[in-house]
Structure formats: structure tokens, C-alpha cells
Ligand binder design. Structure first.
Ligand SMILES: [Zn+2]
Length: 344
């Protein structure tokens, strides 16, 4: 990790403290590097608290709906024992917002801090809060259709183990990658041992090229810039990181892709996966260079990948991802008839 001069000035960091922080790893929040909030920060946060409709608790209700429980051990570890993900890292958000944090950001972190297995519909479950993204399990005739596989082998495995504990052991009959961001495919190898032989592994057109472009060719530069975008190195806390917007942060685990063996190229394509009818909608150049939405016509359920979530859409990312086409993105969300049951 390196700091630009402007960053050193802004957080009042000395060279000695910087060296100490670098050598001691990510425990920055424990070091006295952070100035107390300014009068302006205090005033802005106070005004935000006064103006936001915090008595409206529908988001909290939505985030709790269908919860079936979570993992008993909050620490997800790698084989060598190091902690990949701490489910309790944001428990500090249980109380009211402190003066250092915008109350709306505090509420957002409270929503993201809910973790565990959630039932979405009769046949669809999600494990949330085990990674920056969610992993979805769709019940087929023989096994699970898994939609997106988290960032790391360890968190994907922990999610699958939780599903097995709560819902019983089932093999994986298919994997669908909605798009080419690593938090949606990096953990796939953690599921390989339970993937049925010959099972379809499905991705949108351009997936492999986009994944390699972002994570291998541009990987070193982009991962360096991502340390700024995601506040890597900051500890979770009221004077540290409050999450990454779409999720709470990145796990410190290992990655392994299972290459797709079935590429979706055309909007309207339908497949029957393990007895379940799935319809696809191509949305290239939107939230990712290669992305697709999908739906389950027989259940009137749509999965809008990462094209729709409750955060501000990111058109030009600080980490340097390919610029996103806002018009195509909007059109992808409003394409008529494809998921007409969805009420658009
Ligand atoms: Zn994404």
C-alpha cells in the first residue's frame, strides 16, 4: 500500500506513523492517526440525522425478511488459519450513529451487517453478508443452481456449508455467473467438489475476456487503485471504514474460477437447468462489460444481477474499471416484456 502526498496531509500522518502502519498491517484504526471530526463534519452529520426519514424502517424489515439463521463461528478462516472474513466486524453498528458517521451511512451499514441464510421465495435462498456480494441457491430437481459464487473460495464454501446445515445436503447442478466482476465468480473453486459431472457453468458473452482484462492484464494497477476505492487497510469502525457501498468489504481469501462451458449470447434465450426454466437478458456494457439479468418465468421471479441494487450506480469507478454506459444500463432495466411479470 502506498499513500499519495495529499492523503498524508489530509489524515495528518507522519512518516514514522506511516511506516508503523505499513509494517503492522491493516490495524490503522488502532493507531492515533485520525483527527477528531471537524465542526463542519459534525454539523453535516447532525443535519443529515435531522432530515432523513429514519422512522421509516421498511429497509430494515426487508433486510430481515426470510432469515433462517447464520453461521455459529463468526470467523471464516483459510486453511492456514488466517481470517478471511469476520461476520461480526460490523456489530458495532447495533447502536445509534456516532458523531463521526453520517446517519444514513450508519443505517446502510446496519442493513449490510445482517448476515446468514435468507429464504427469498419457495425455491430460492440467498446467503448474504459472507462477502461483498451475495450468493443465490435455486432449488432444482436434483440439486442447487448457484447464481454467483462470491469473491473467495473460503467464503463460498462457508455459504454452501450453511445452506447444507439449514436445508440439507444437495449437489450443485449448475452455476450461473451474472457478470465478470470477481466477487461474482472468484469463489467458484470452493464449490467444485460438489458440482455434478458435466454440469453447466453459464456466463454472458464476453465474460472470460472481461474477467481476464480486469483481473489479470489491468489487475496490478486496478488492485492498487482499489485500495483507495474500498478503503482497504482501514479497520471497520466509526473512525475507520464503514463499508464499500454495495457490501461491507473484501475478503482476504483465495480465488479460483471454474471456466464457463455455456455462453449466453442472446436476450430471450431460455434454458431448463435441473428442471427449472431460466430466461436470460443480455446487458453488456452496463454495471460490468459482460453482464446479464435472468428470470424464472414459471415463478415470476427476476434476478437483475448487479444492475439494480439500493446504492448509487457507479458509472466511472475510482479503481479504473471500463467506463459504464449509463444509457445502456437504464435501457437494460426497462427493456419491455422480458420480465413483464416484474411490474415494469
Ligand atoms: Zn459487479
Amino acid at each position: 500500500m502506498s499513500f499519495a502526498p495529499a492523503d498524508r496531509r489530509r489524515i495528518g500522518i507522519s512518516l514514522a506513523a506511516l511506516l508503523d502502519a505499513l509494517l503492522s498491517g491493516p490495524a490503522y484504526a488502532d493507531t492515533p492517526l485520525i483527527d477528531p471530526p471537524s465542526a463542519t463534519t459534525l454539523a453535516v452529520n447532525k443535519a443529515a440525522g435531522a432530515n432523513a426519514p429514519f422512522t421509516d424502517r421498511r429497509d430494515l424489515d426487508f433486510a430481515a425478511r426470510g432469515w433462517l439463521g447464520s453461521r455459529k463461528d463468526p470467523l471464516i478462516r483459510a486453511a492456514d488459519g488466517h481470517v478471511v472474513w469476520n461476520l461480526d466486524a460490523y456489530r458495532f453498528t447495533d447502536g445509534p450513529a456516532p458523531a463521526t458517521v453520517n446517519p444514513a451511512l450508519w443505517r446502510h451499514a446496519q442493513l449490510l451487517a445482517r448476515h446468514g441464510l435468507f429464504q427469498v421465495t419457495d425455491c430460492i435462498w440467498q446467503v448474504r453478508g459472507f462477502d461483498i456480494a451475495n450468493i443465490t441457491f435455486v432449488k432444482g430437481d436434483k440439486g442447487w443452481i448457484v447464481i454467483d459464487t462470491l469473491s473467495t473460495i473460503e467464503t463460498a464454501r462457508a455459504a454452501y456449508d450453511l445452506v447444507t446445515e439449514k436445508l440439507g445436503k444437495r449437489p450443485i447442478a449448475a452455476i450461473i455467473y451474472t457478470h465478470s466482476h470477481i466477487d461474482h465468480f472468484g469463489g467458484a473453486a470452493g464449490l467444485a467438489g460438489d458440482l455434478l459431472p458435466g454440469a453447466p457453468v453459464i456466463a454472458p458473452q464476453g465474460f472470460v475476456e472481461a474477467a481476464i482484462s480486469e483481473n489479470v492484464i489491468a489487475g496490478p494497477a486496478m488492485s492498487r487503485r482499489a485500495t483507495y476505492q474500498f478503503g482497504m487497510g482501514l479497520e471497520p469502525g466509526p473512525t475507520g471504514t464503514m463499508g464499500s457501498g454495495i457490501g461491507l468489504g473484501s475478503g482476504k481469501g483465495s480465488q479460483g474460477l471454474i471456466p464457463p462451458n455455456r455462453i449466453i449470447e442472446t436476450t430471450g434465450t431460455e434454458l431448463v437447468l435441473d428442471g427449472v426454466r431460466v430466461r436470460f437478458q443480455m446487458t453488456p456494457g452496463t454495471e460490468a462489460p459482460a453482464e446479464m439479468n435472468l428470470g424464472f418465468p414459471d415463478w415470476k421471479v427476476a434476478d437483475l444481477a448487479e444492475n439494480a441494487n439500493v446504492t448509487q450506480h457507479n458509472i466511472l469507478t475510482p479503481r479504473g474499471a471500463v467506463i459504464r454506459n449509463a444509457k445502456a444500463w437504464a435501457e437494460g432495466l426497462s427493456e419491455p416484456d422480458l420480465f413483464s411479470w416484474y411490474g415494469r
